[in-house]
Design a protein around this ligand. Structure first.
Ligand code: NAD
Length: 420
């Protein structure tokens, strides 16, 4: 069967990525095998009472991929198509992402097979609290710290924090991140992913010779990550936002959209589509827009072998996870497009999650300016680290980011040694 994006097993992809980098850095034997295996996995099947009084059994997973560099970190996803292999792959990618930005974490991920769009708030609370109880002995501020992911949010994290705290008998805010400020969340967490992405674009544009000031930008997916990146590129770096889109379609304006006005329009109408004075375009056209910088900030598998050749941007900054397929990477590389890979470009989110955890365990909270300054420092340093590896090894940024991350994890494994 030909492999399409929907039939590719993501964990096979994740393991293949390890093998490619392991070959490049001459890594063999036991450590290579360690990198291709999750450290621990827990699958739980648990009943939830639904609003009509019946009980349904749900399946959830939590995978702790590698904790050589510190406690595991990664989101929890609620989706009908969650599989153990998907959770394993996402946990591996979290391991590399935390290592690229050099925060003291390993990687983890969780998922519950459910359709949250068809569940009431009460049912979601019951499901979340029971799942949290089932994995409670597996997580904790020193072990594994969950966060929101697809179809989970700050409310989900609040329920997990409360359930875990009830079992302990005292409040443990550091067990999850992405909480509301009232429960120990961090200033700046909401916009951290888009902000981190804007910092990486700023730094990379200097090396790549791509204009940001008076340059043009297209953003696919005007949600949390995409809208914040657009606002900051426009307000702080003087870029012209020429195209944006969401799940209903895209809009284009050659002389520039005001991203704040588009955001307001989306808040009122539910979509960017229909924004006054803009031309309607399709989501595919957003990717192919003539612009200096393209920010995919929606879903995975958007830039493929079929459309990569039509990408006109000189820089692609992956705010989304996995927007570019490997065959598209090759095409972009040949076209000399600067790709800022997801594990670097969207790592601002996990970085401020790390700040949230650090503030929670100290019980000492930082003002917004301090959070943003520290985030900027991490993103600037991380981009420089990736760029250095790319230049030294003459590889593109994605490969460089993987080499850097995997080498850091390998160093931690080797330095700790093998028990017993
Ligand atoms: P979000 O739900 O706030 O926004 C997603 C946006 O994409 C929405 O506007 C949605 O309408 C749009 N969209 C959906 N399908 C689309 C399509 N086919 N074409 C164009 N637009 C489409 O989600 P988010 O938190 O901004 O996450 C976006 C991406 O960024 C995801 O890949 C996510 O994994 C990644 N990411 C987010 C964070 C974070 O902290 N929010 C951190 C790391 C990575």
């Amino acid at each position: 069967m030909p492999q399409t994006s929907s039939t590719v097993n993501p964990f096979e992809t994740a393991k293949r990525q390890v093998d490619i980098v392991a070959d490049m850095i001459g890594l063999n034997g036991g450590v290579r095998e360690v990198l291709k295996h999750p450290k621990r996995e827990l699958t739980v099947n648990f009943p939830v009472r639904m609003d009509d009084g019946t009980y349904r059994v749900f399946t959830g997973h939590r995978v702790q991929y590698n904790m050589a560099r510190g406690p595991c970190k990664g989101g929890i996803r609620y989706h009908p198509q969650v599989t153990l292999d998907e959770v394993r792959a996402l946990a591996a990618w979290m391991t590399w992402k935390c290592a690229v930005v050099n925060i003291p974490y390993g990687g983890a991920k969780g998922g519950v097979v459910c359709d949250p769009k068809k569940m009431s708030k009460g049912e979601l609370e019951h499901l979340t609290r029971r799942y949290a109880s089932e994995i409670a002995s597996f997580i904790g501020p020193e072990i594994d710290i969950p966060a929101p992911d697809v179809y989970t949010d700050s409310q989900t994290m609040s329920w997990i924090m409360d359930t875990y705290s009830m079992q302990k008998g005292y409040s443990v805010p550091g067990v999850v991140t992405g909480k509301p400020i009232a429960l120990g969340g961090s200033e700046g967490r909401g916009e951290a992913t888009g902000r981190g992405c804007a910092y990486v674009i700023r730094e990379a544009s200097k090396d790549a010779g791509v204009r940001v000031k008076n340059g043009t930008v297209a953003v696919q997916g005007f949600g949390n990550a995409g809208s914040v990146a657009a606002n900051l590129l426009h307000d702080e770096q003087g870029a012209t936002i020429v195209a944006v889109s969401d799940s209903r379609g895209g809009i284009y304006k050659a002389d520039g959209l005001n991203p704040h006005a588009v955001e307001e329009h989306k808040r009122k109408t539910g979509s960017v589509v229909g924004f006054p004075g803009a031309k309607a375009i399709s989501n595919e056209e957003v990717l192919e827009t003539k612009a200096d910088i393209l920010v995919p900030a929606a879903l995975e598998n958007q830039i493929t072998g079929k459309n990569a050749d039509k990408v006109q941007a000189k820089m692609v900054a992956e705010a989304a996870n996995g927007p570019t397929l490997p065959e598209a990477d090759t095409v972009l590389f040949q076209k000399k497009v600067t790709v800022l890979p997801d594990i670097l470009a969207n790592a601002g989110g996990v970085t401020v999650s790390y700040f949230e955890w650090a503030q929670d365990i100290q019980g000492f909270f930082w003002p917004l300016e301090e959070v943003n300054q520290r985030l900027e420092r991490v993103m600037v340093r991380s981009y420089a680290d990736v760029h250095k590896v790319a230049a030294e090894r003459k590889v593109h940024n994605r490969t460089a980011a993987y080499i850097l991350a995997i080498q850091r994890v390998v160093d931690a494994i080797n330095t700790r040694g093998f028990h017993p």
